[in-house]
Design a protein around this ligand. Structure first.
Ligand code: AMP
Length: 514
């Protein structure tokens, strides 16, 4: 049996699954409800788990039993909200969404296991690992993860005919991909031609997306409601908040098409009718839009490029449909943005094409295209400054380094007969390590007995093409490899992953998927 090429865009608000047909063309696979987009929402309905549109419908009636926007918590130990009194790991909740996508797609494609899953370019290493682990929990083999803007660029390449049998276009383009989705914002500079998809630099904000725009409208509606109804705040009631957010998202979409929307909002028997103009909406969200603008400006400055160096500005992500986005980027860049890609499907399509390439290279075919990523955060180790005694973040692999990348750091043992060396590894943060994400401790253990103080230990940190980190240690004096591993600060250990896997496979009690 030949492997099917399947790509999944696991989004904050919506997820999409696509596959390649026998001609190598990507197609979105509709879910059992007949929709191309599956809401990334999970409803824990007693002993049954419901995912997607039906879960979203239940959000108002049973808000406490709903998990949504879980992508924002990937890399954390648990999802922020307790469900049935239990704090679940975000990987587990995401695995339900992946399992639903897989199950629905199986009806069309037959059994498949191998997939490529997309992640925001700005996702740090723990969030990448969590995404792979969620795939494993859903019974999938994640053959690779690919950055969302890279997947979008591949879709763009297909549209240009780069990857079709006849498509021999070799024009070099420097793209700026502006990707504003439901929960995350990414801006990535890429150089592409017929066969190369190279990221040059990336920047972003994983706490900025369409749901923040929704929230502003929801606040506006809530205030209008409070003014009319004795100060009663519908946001204080979980069902009221869900309904506000639902109405807000609806109004936001209307305001992409029209100058005005009118929301009728009912809560506790009281009703308000609130008109909102596009101009009002743009004024109440100007700071959010500005954050994307700053990110784009910083990205270009960091890469030492001007707008004249960018040949195309590619808009992707559902939220890029907002007219304010298109106007802002046009004003900023002096060029008309390219909105020709399907904002919802482009990322999943690019992932499916990439899955096809990974599978055919694994089968021994000459690679048709090459993809190069950069790391989105500095990789550093925390240590002490010998002179000042203060904490210091020693950057080993600076952000925007082409991957794969490695760095060998040298350490010395402090005492004679020291059994192990422990190094704290972080991503991002400032020179003192403030605001850094703790990856964990790199532990070099079982050092040979009798090592004198001051013995050298070399640790090589390596980012793979997918932004995942591995370590290897060596004792240069002896030429021997040392036993080393990363003890992670967050996320699933191999042990917890195994035990959740067993629990999910048994699918007993509250864990059965309807
Ligand atoms: P994505 O993660 O790319 O699927 O984007 C989902 C986000 O796009 C959600 O926040 C949607 O509310 C938003 N979105 C989709 N269509 C529109 C539209 N026509 N106008 C404004 N936002 C939209």
């Amino acid at each position: 049996m030949t492997d099917l090429a399947v790509g999944i865009d696991l989004g904050t608000t919506f997820s999409v699954i696509a596959h390649l047909d026998s001609m190598g063309r990507p197609w979105t696979i509709p879910n059992t409800e007949g929709d191309l987009l599956t809401p990334s929402v999970v409803f824990f309905d007693g002993s049954t788990i419901v995912v997607g549109k039906e879960a979203l419908k239940a959000a108002i009636a049973a808000p406490e039993e709903i998990a949504q926007f879980v992508k924002r918590d990937m890399g954390c130990q648990v999802y922020q909200k307790a469900i049935h009194g239990q704090h679940l790991p975000p990987e587990v909740i995401q695995s339900y969404i992946l399992a639903k996508l897989r199950r629905d797609a199986t009806r069309k494609l037959g059994e498949f296991h191998k997939v490529v899953v997309t992640v925001p370019a700005f996702f740090n290493e723990p969030r990448r690992k969590a995404t792979q682990d969620a795939g494993a929990l859903a019974g999938l083999e994640v053959i690779d993860i690919i950055n969302e803007p890279t997947a979008a660029a591949i879709s763009y390449g297909i549209q240009k005919g780069f990857l079709s049998p006849k498509g021999e276009s070799r024009d070099k383009e420097r793209l700026l991909v502006y990707d504003l989705g439901g929960g995350t914002f990414d801006a990535t500079l890429m150089e592409i031609d017929g066969t190369h998809y190279n990221a040059i630099a990336t920047a972003g904000d994983i706490y900025l997306g369409g749901i923040d725009w929704d929230q502003r409208i929801a606040d506006y509606l809530a205030e209008a409601f409070m003014k009319k109804n004795r100060g009663i705040d519908p946001r204080e009631n979980p069902a009221g908040l869900q309904r506000l957010l639902r109405e807000a998202e609806d109004a936001k979409r209307t305001l992409s098409a029209r100058d005005q929307a009118t929301v009728t909002f009912e809560h506790g028997g009281d009703v308000v009718r609130v008109p909102i103009t596009r101009q009002q909406f743009e004024e109440m969200t100007v700071d959010l839009l500005d954050r994307t603008r700053f990110t784009v400006v910083n990205l270009l400055e960091g890469a030492k490029l001007q707008w004249s160096d960018v040949s195309r500005l590619l808009l992707v992500g559902g939220s890029s449909r907002m007219p304010m986005v298109q106007r802002m980027v046009e004003k900023l860049s002096g060029r008309t943005p390219d909105c020709s890609l399907s904002a919802d499907e482009a990322v999943a399509h690019g992932a499916a094409v990439y899955a096809g390439l990974v599978l055919s290279s694994a089968a021994g075919a000459a690679p048709k295209v090459s993809v190069r990523n950069v790391n989105s955060h500095n990789l550093g180790v925390l240590g002490e400054d010998r002179k000042t005694g203060r904490r210091r973040n020693r950057v080993m692999i600076p952000r925007n380094t082409t991957l794969p990348a490695k760095h060998t750091a040298r350490f010395v043992t402090a005492h004679a007969n020291q059994p192990s060396v422990v190094v704290k590894v972080v991503e991002g943060g400032d020179a003192s390590g403030n605001d850094a994400t703790k990856i964990g401790k790199c532990i070099v253990r079982d050092l040979p007995a009798g090592l004198p103080a001051g013995s050298r230990v070399e640790v090589t940190f390596r980012y793979g093409q997918d932004g995942r980190l591995t370590v290897k240690a060596r004792l240069p004096g002896s030429g021997k490899e040392a036993v080393s591993a990363i003890e992670r600060s967050s996320g699933m250990t191999a042990e917890t992953l195994r035990s959740w896997n067993q629990r999910l496979q048994k699918a007993q009690g509250p864990l059965s998927l309807s």
